[in-house]
Structure formats: C-alpha cells, structure tokens
Design a protein around this ligand. Structure first.
Ligand SMILES: [Zn+2]
Ligand SMILES: [Zn+2]
Ligand SMILES: [Zn+2]
Length: 350
C-alpha cells in the first residue's frame, strides 16, 4: 500500500511517518527538490522559519528513495504495491487525483491543536538556534498554509480517508495509539462485503422522504444486489415530507398510530421490488435499522436466509424472536465510524 500523509505545520505527520518506518516496515518515498515547489510561501520573507519547517524531513532516517516526479513515484509503487510505502510529498491536487486512482493508496491527515503545534514549532526553532515567531504570526502563517486560495492545503486534509488528531504529549503515547490503530490494515483500502452493502443501504436511506426516520435496505444474493429500497409514501401519492402521510407529519412518538401510516418501509419496498421469484434461498437483507415486527413477518415469508442490520430499533427483541423461530439468521454489523481519531492513550487529558 501507499500511505500519503498530509497535515498542518507541526501536526506530527513526520512523527507518524517515522513510526511507520521504524515499527511497521514502511519505506519513505520522496520527491526531488520539493522545497522549490513551495516558493510561493516565501512572499513575506519568512525564509528562516520555513527552513525550520522544511527541516522536519531530516528526522526521517535513511534509506529513502527519491523520485524525479510523482508519476515516477507512482509507477514504482504500482509494481510493488504489496509492500508498505509512505510519502509526505503530495503537493498539488493533480498529484492527489492521480494517487487516488490507484486501489492501493490511502490518504491520512494529521492535525493537532494550534497551541500545541506552536509549542512544537518554538522548540524546533530553539533546537536550531532560530528566533521563534510569536503565536499570532504562527497562526496567520497557518491560516495561509491551509486556506490561501493559491497555496492552501485544505483540499488535501478535506479528502483524507483517515483523519488523525495528534494531541499526544509524548512519542511513547503516540506510538501506542498508532500501534492500536494499525494503519497498515488493508481493509482500509477496500470495504469488505458487509461494509459495502451496508453503505449502499445507508446511501438508499438518503433518498427517504419519510418524516419519521430515514431507513435504507439492500437485498443481496451471491454478493450481487437484487434490489434496493427506502421508506416513504407509495407511487403517485404525495411524498411523506410534503404532507403525503398525515400520521407521520403529526410528529407523535414512535409506534403511535402505526396502522394509519401510509409510508412503506425500506424493507417492504426492497422485497416488493425484487419479487419472491428472485429472492430464493441464500438471499441476505441489509438494512441500516433493525426491521420492525411487520417487516420481519414479511421477510420470513419470502424466504430470506439472513438479516444484517446496523442500528437497533425499539422492537429488536420481538423481531429477533420471530426470525429465530423461523430459522432466519440475524446479525448486527455497524460499519467503522468515520471522523476524527484521537491519538492519545484512553483516559488521557492532554
Ligand atoms: Zn412517513
Ligand atoms: Zn406515515
Ligand atoms: Zn418495517
């Protein structure tokens, strides 16, 4: 795999790269003369300070491989993608797009509180006998580094598939957190089947027009999608969110007046769309919410073999009992949560 690291000044992306190189068998790939591509930052004459930022790279131990350009780097990894490679040299959006075309590329962003990043920067300046900047100057410099329309890097962190927040106060703590995280896990590159179908169900849910709750469902057999469904009013009836179902629009508690509801459930829609003939033995129903009792009865009748759900509902036990009695497997699978991952030991307060 090729792991790309990006992030704000002194967020710790090089510390993460060093960990991967020292502990997880990654090798560093660099682009030749990268600093010349960053001259746009020099307008305000902060050359000395920038020298301190660029010098981060020196901490990476040899041996590393240096390439003329990103195409050469990518060609190299394409032939050896099953080994572990890491780079911090992604400098523009065309390079990023090119990397994202490959199935072995993972973009990881690293961020940290600005106060902590400034402290790290001040320490680094002192190590190098350079006068450190005041916090205000550092903040302005950071704003430009991330959000300047021409040179800002926010487009990188925006597209990261894994987003790390490095607030750890020591390398030991950082290393322990990274070890637990296991960035090299190849499941990060491609979703497994459960993840794939559950995310399709969640995508279907986004089309829901029901005022009560968005639900999505996917019917699968032999790892192929038979049909999809989401909840809402039937064909030719006004959408629920446009007033089509008076019951849903009254906003009463879950389960109240259920028998007067006009909305079809996601599971019902997926079952109706597939038809009994196409369902047969071995069909799996993925639903982002555990089926209600009336859907459960229908699921049982059409011969579904397994139900996989992500979130619980308020009648899970009743549904589970029916499915069990009918010999239908029931399993909960919740896809890994996306969002910021805190790199600190559990219970840490720094
Ligand atoms: Zn509704
Ligand atoms: Zn309704
Ligand atoms: Zn239902």
């Amino acid at each position: 795999m090729l792991l790309g690291l990006c992030g704000a000044i002194c967020s710790g992306k090089h510390a993460v790269a060093d960990y991967l190189i020292q502990k997880e068998g990654f090798r560093l790939l660099k682009l030749k003369d990268v600093s010349s591509l960053r001259v746009t930052d020099e307008a305000d004459g902060d050359r000395q300070l920038q020298a301190v930022e660029f010098a981060e790279d020196e901490s990476s131990p040899p041996p590393h491989l240096i390439f003329e350009d990103s195409k050469a780097l990518l060609d190299f990894v394409t032939k050896r993608w099953q080994e572990h490679w890491v780079t911090t040299d992604i400098w523009d959006v065309t390079i990023l797009d090119r990397f994202f075309q490959r199935p072995f590329f993972l973009l990881v962003s690293v961020d940290a509180p600005v106060s902590l990043r400034w402290k790290r920067f001040v320490d680094r300046c002192r190590d190098r006998l350079v006068e450190p900047p005041p916090l205000e100057k550092f903040v302005l410099w950071n704003d430009r580094h991330l959000y300047d329309k021409n040179v800002g890097r926010a487009y990188l962190t925006d597209r990261a598939q894994v987003r790390l927040f490095n607030s750890s106060s020591s390398f030991d703590e950082l290393h322990a957190a990274l070890k637990a995280l296991n960035l090299a896990d190849e499941e990060r590159l491609r979703p497994n089947w459960d993840q794939y179908f559950m995310e399709l169900a969640s995508l279907a849910a986004q089309r829901s027009n029901c005022m009560k709750r968005r639900v999505g469902c996917v019917l699968v057999r032999d790892r192929r999608v038979i049909s999809t469904g989401y909840n809402g009013t039937p064909r030719h009836i006004r959408n629920c969110n446009e007033g089509g179902c008076p019951r849903c629009n009254r906003g009463e508690g879950g389960g109240v007046g259920l028998s007067t509801c006009l909305c079809l459930h996601a599971e019902e829609n997926a079952l109706l769309e597939a038809g009994r003939e196409r369902i047969r033995e071995g069909a799996i129903l993925y639903c982002d919410t555990c089926p209600c009792l009336t859907c459960t009865v229908k699921i049982t009748q059409v011969g579904i073999t397994e139900v996989v759900y992500s979130q619980g509902y308020n009648m899970d036990n009743d549904s589970a009992a029916i499915l069990k009695a009918a010999g239908v497997k029931l399993r909960q699978f919740s896809p890994p949560r996306k969002g910021l991952i805190y790199l600190e030991s559990s219970g840490g307060t720094n």
